[in-house]
Write a protein of this length. Structure first.
Lengths: 229, 251
């Protein structure tokens, strides 16, 4: 091991975490919040009795779930400028930064996966509770907001968090857009200094510690929720 | 919007000057399927072994299996492929490491991709196998022992045949995940389907045609896999036995 120089890690810690990890965590948080929001809407659409609501939602979820995330990243990277141009009425594709593009990509992609979780969560609440809500004079949105969704979120919280840990790992794929996320930062240093072994081992270790720690916390949470139920 | 659609692009000569773009995508699909098949065999064999030892009474075997799963599940697949591609050859003795690095083009990325995807997927398969075995009633294992079977025989003839029937549905989605995950190997230079579509987009600027074609191919592969597995489920089903469902994993 004499030829390896692990000092390169120490020298680049600031760059790795201030630039790289900050990007990774911001992207994870925004994609998770947006993904859960749109995922919940998609789940409500899928469970709707109106065909014109449930069919597009089902199609969207199945489409997202049958193609690789990398292909989705490429799709959105080129599609978002055109959609943006269409929204603002510009004749040519607008400039969208790498960050905005990756947030939109992960939000829309993860929404499909979160929607499956939320659908199971909503379906786990007995139908009678919806009827009870209607009997009390609540409308659809009120009974969803006050009765169904709080319970659905609570029941599905461990699974939603587990999916978020997967999302945290998946954000490393923005590497293909040459974005400086944590892995991107590690990879830049690795190539600049010719220290691939040290940097990639360190990156693996950091991802492992974060994911393992978080999934341990989720396990604890799961036990607490299980006792209350 | 001024995007120039040109669906005829698929029949034009590709950058390598020998195949059409359509053929480039088909060859990409070929690499996707071959990689997934080879990695799938590793994942099934190793995953079954790990799943089995995690249901034994040996504390160390269970710990070993759990440790494997935690390591391979908590490191992003992309990082794992980098470790196999960049790091692993460096940690071997110089002569072996050098031989690995100087393999001819498709193999230098294909071999690390298969190893990486295989070991990554094995962790997930072992979760399914373990859940499948634990879903069986404890009496089945005891009945095997009572009949005089060794524990290896109990697993081989009693537990695993039932466990595999139970976990076929989650294994179906795992198969699809594996096929989708092969796209990550493009980062270490494997020209599979997504990479083929990407190179078509880079050379022709026909972004949306290239990605639409790749998307349609993935959907078709998806449908074929789902139907094959459904057929397999039906043909191995034991009449009168409805296995309990095991929760599905995420992507």
């Amino acid at each position: 091991m004499g030829e390896f120089d692990f000092g390169v890690i120490e020298r680049s810690l600031g760059y790795l975490f201030r630039e790289g990890m900050t990007f990774t965590l911001t992207l994870t948080a925004m994609a998770a919040l947006g993904g859960v929001f749109f995922g919940t809407l998609l789940a409500m659409m899928r469970l709707s009795s109106h065909k014109w609501l449930s069919l597009p939602a089902t199609g969207y979820v199945n489409l997202m779930r049958s193609i690789p995330l990398l292909l989705v990243i490429f799709w959105f990277y080129f599609l978002v400028p055109f959609i943006g141009a269409w929204i603002v009425g510009s004749p040519r594709p607008i400039q969208v930064g790498a960050f905005a593009s990756s947030v939109i990509t992960f939000m829309m992609f993860e929404a499909a996966y979160y929607s499956e979780i939320m659908r199971a969560g909503i379906q786990s609440i007995p139908r009678g509770q919806v009827w009870a809500g209607y009997a009390l004079g609540l409308n659809y949105w009120q009974s969803m907001k006050e009765i169904i969704l709080p319970q659905a979120f609570r029941n599905m919280l461990p699974i939603l968090l587990t999916q978020t840990i997967i999302l945290f790992q998946d954000t490393s794929l923005v590497y293909v857009l040459s974005i400086t996320d944590f892995l991107g930062a590690a990879s830049k240093i690795a190539q600049r200094d010719g220290r691939l072994v040290e940097m990639y081992l360190f990156a693996a270790l950091v991802y492992f510690v974060c994911s393992f720690g978080l999934s341990y916390l989720v396990k604890l949470l799961q036990q607490r929720i299980a006792i209350i139920r | 919007m001024n995007y120039h659609w040109n669906w005829g692009i698929f029949w034009e000569m590709s950058a390598d000057g020998r195949h059409t773009w359509a053929m480039t995508l088909v060859m990409g699909l070929g690499w996707t399927l071959v990689t997934a098949l080879c990695a799938g065999i590793i994942a099934l064999v190793l995953g079954t072994g790990l799943g089995v030892i995690r249901t034994t009474h040996s504390k160390w075997a269970v710990r070993l299996g759990n440790g494997y799963v935690e390591i391979f599940r908590n490191i992003p697949l992309l990082v794992q492929l980098f470790l196999w591609f960049f790091v692993f050859p460096e940690l071997l003795p110089k002569s072996i490491g050098g031989a690995i690095k100087s393999m001819n083009p498709p193999w230098a990325s294909f071999v690390p991709a298969v190893i990486g995807l295989g070991l990554f997927t094995a962790a997930r398969v072992s979760e399914q196998v373990r859940a499948g075995i634990q879903a069986l009633s404890r009496g089945q294992g005891m009945a095997g022992t009572a009949m005089g079977l060794t524990s290896a025989q109990t697993y081989r003839y009693v537990l695993l045949p039932m466990a595999f029937r139970i976990i076929l549905p989650p294994l179906t989605s795992e198969t699809m995940n594996l096929i989708k995950n092969t796209s990550v190997a493009l980062t270490i230079g494997l020209i599979e389907l997504t990479a083929a579509a990407r190179s078509m987009q880079e050379f022709t600027f026909q972004v949306f045609e290239a990605f639409t074609a790749a998307t349609v191919i993935y959907i078709i592969v998806n449908l074929i896999v789902v139907n094959l597995m459904r057929w397999l489920e039906k043909s191995v089903a034991i009449p009168g036995f409805v296995g309990p469902q095991v929760a599905e994993g995420a992507h």
